[in-house]
Design a protein around this ligand. Structure first.
Ligand SMILES: NC(=O)c1ccc[n+]([C@@H]2O[C@H](COP(=O)([O-])OP(=O)(O)OC[C@H]3O[C@@H](n4cnc5c(N)ncnc54)[C@H](O)[C@@H]3O)[C@@H](O)[C@H]2O)c1
Length: 436
């Protein structure tokens, strides 16, 4: 581990992909003082971002985007080629979704490497921020067909919801490449963040990202398993976890039970790592166990809702609060909320859902889910209300009003967001996760 001083200089960068990672990287590079051309294939995103209109929900994005555009350091352009022409550093932030066999699908990365190869400036450094299987840095090197261009792996660890803060204040910067000088130059771009810098080889950097996500997923599955144990023995998981978390070796982060983990990273990255192990002759049974525990957790929340309404969901109306995979983001990719609602629909329920970031119908539910713009409206005549995303504002609703709107006063709180005693005092039945 080492740190590098920053030379205050004018550096040209390109960011390919203006999604959660690319947009965050672009605005943060501009904030750090670099020139940034962000190339995005979706023209609607380019238009909106060029006007200073955020395309995702993210704390602080509005201001930092506007600041970047006003400074003249940040611009959005259509496509990768236009963005890379003058860039010394080219950050690849394209999707790597789960493929049919569990492996990460690197076709976006391959396509962009082939596309930009001939257009890169002499001596450019290509930096891959997408989460990719071990060996992808070398794959990009081959596809670029450029002897003068180095490729560096620089995995991204931001959390959606606090992405800007995380990218400006990273816990660490990881850079991996055969060309250690190129890796160190990429690390030096972020020297002003004061984050520890780990310079390593490409395979190690790629593995660090998957191992980190696999650890977080395992921690969450462990917590959910403990919550089930608490239910079995009559303990309160919240106090159990509090008692554990003060131990510095365990810590407070990622120690909340819930409906199961989801989002755009943990599900696909855990499966991809199991696959990587398989391909290399290692059976990662611990991680397989974490994935299976997660599946059971989704089923267990579904069972709680079924039980709350008397044992059958057939023909029942369920009010759902939350659709995103966690609060403070609009991201619904692999959201446990969406998964659970699908299970309820498969058992014959009708859903009325509210989420502060969702306005109108969504592609996940072409039919069978009525999305309404306020938390009370979904409760009218429903047999039960279910908290699926931990939106803070849900805590402060008028629960007397909620009770009067519901056909039956049942609450299933898959996030342990509400105070069970207060809710029960108001005449509700209340079921949480791992607590009486
Ligand atoms: N979302 C997260 O929290 C997070 C955190 C760490 C790492 N990652 C990883 O970062 C990568 C990107 O994730 P994301 O969530 O930002 O994805 P995303 O789907 O939000 O964004 C990807 C963007 O790339 C654009 N794109 C695709 N091909 C392109 C091309 N050829 N030229 C220009 N633009 C192109 C897409 O239109 C899209 O806007 C993935 O590998 C992911 O695993 C994501």
């Amino acid at each position: 581990m080492s740190t590098h001083p920053t030379e205050p200089r004018h550096v040209t960068t390109a960011v390919i992909g203006a999604g959660y990672v690319g947009l965050t990287t672009a605005v943060v590079l501009a904030k750090l003082g670099y020139q940034v051309a962000c190339g995005e294939s979706d023209p609607a995103k380019v238009d909106r971002l060029s006007r200073g209109e955020p395309t995702i929900v993210e704390d602080g994005l509005d201001e930092i985007l506007r600041e970047g555009l006003d400074s003249g350091r940040l611009r959005f352009v259509q496509g990768a080629v236009t963005a890379v022409r003058d860039a010394e550093f080219v950050f690849l932030c394209v999707p790597t979704p789960q493929g049919a066999d569990g492996a990460a699908d690197v076709s976006f990365l391959e396509a962009v490497a082939v596309e930009i190869g001939p257009h890169l400036r002499h001596g450019a450094i290509v930096v891959n921020k997408s989460t990719v299987p071990v060996g992808s840095t070398h794959l990009v090197e081959r596809l670029l067909e450029r002897q003068d261009v180095a490729v560096v792996s620089n995995p991204e660890f931001l959390r959606e919801g606090t992405a800007i803060h995380d990218a400006l204040n990273p816990d660490r910067i990881v850079v991996g490449a055969d060309d250690q000088a190129a890796a160190a130059r990429v690390g030096a771009l972020f020297a002003s963040t004061q984050a520890p810098l780990i310079v390593t080889d490409a395979a190690t950097a790629e593995t660090i990202k998957y191992a980190s996500n696999a650890f977080l997923a395992t921690k969450l599955s462990f917590v959910n398993a403990v919550s089930n144990l608490c239910e079995a023995v009559g303990a309160d998981v919240r106090d159990v976890l509090l008692g554990m978390a003060y131990d510095h070796r365990i810590g407070f982060d990622y120690l909340r039970p819930g409906p199961g983990w989801g989002g755009s990273c943990l599900p696909k990255d855990t499966r991809a790592l199991v696959y990587i192990g398989e391909q290399s002759g290692y059976e990662f049974s611990l991680l397989r166990g974490a994935i299976e525990t997660n599946e059971s957790q989704l089923a267990s929340i579904t069972a709680k809702i079924r039980n709350a309404v008397g044992g059958s969901l057939e023909g029942r109306v369920i009010a759902a609060w939350g659709l995103t995979f966690k609060a403070r983001t609009d991201d619904r990719r692999d959201s446990p909320a969406v998964d659970i609602l699908r299970r309820l629909i498969a058992e014959g329920a009708t859903i009325k859902a509210f989420d502060p970031t969702v306005h109108g119908p969504i592609p996940e539910f072409p039919a069978g889910v009525d999305i309404l713009p306020d938390a009370y409206a979904v409760c009218r005549d429903a047999a039960c209300v279910v908290v699926l995303t931990e939106w803070e504002e849900l805590r402060w609703l008028d629960f007397a009003k909620v009770r009067d709107l519901l056909a039956e006063p049942h609450v299933v709180d898959a996030r342990n967001l509400l105070d069970p005693a207060a809710i029960r005092r108001m005449g509700f039945s209340y079921v949480g996760v791992g607590r009486p």
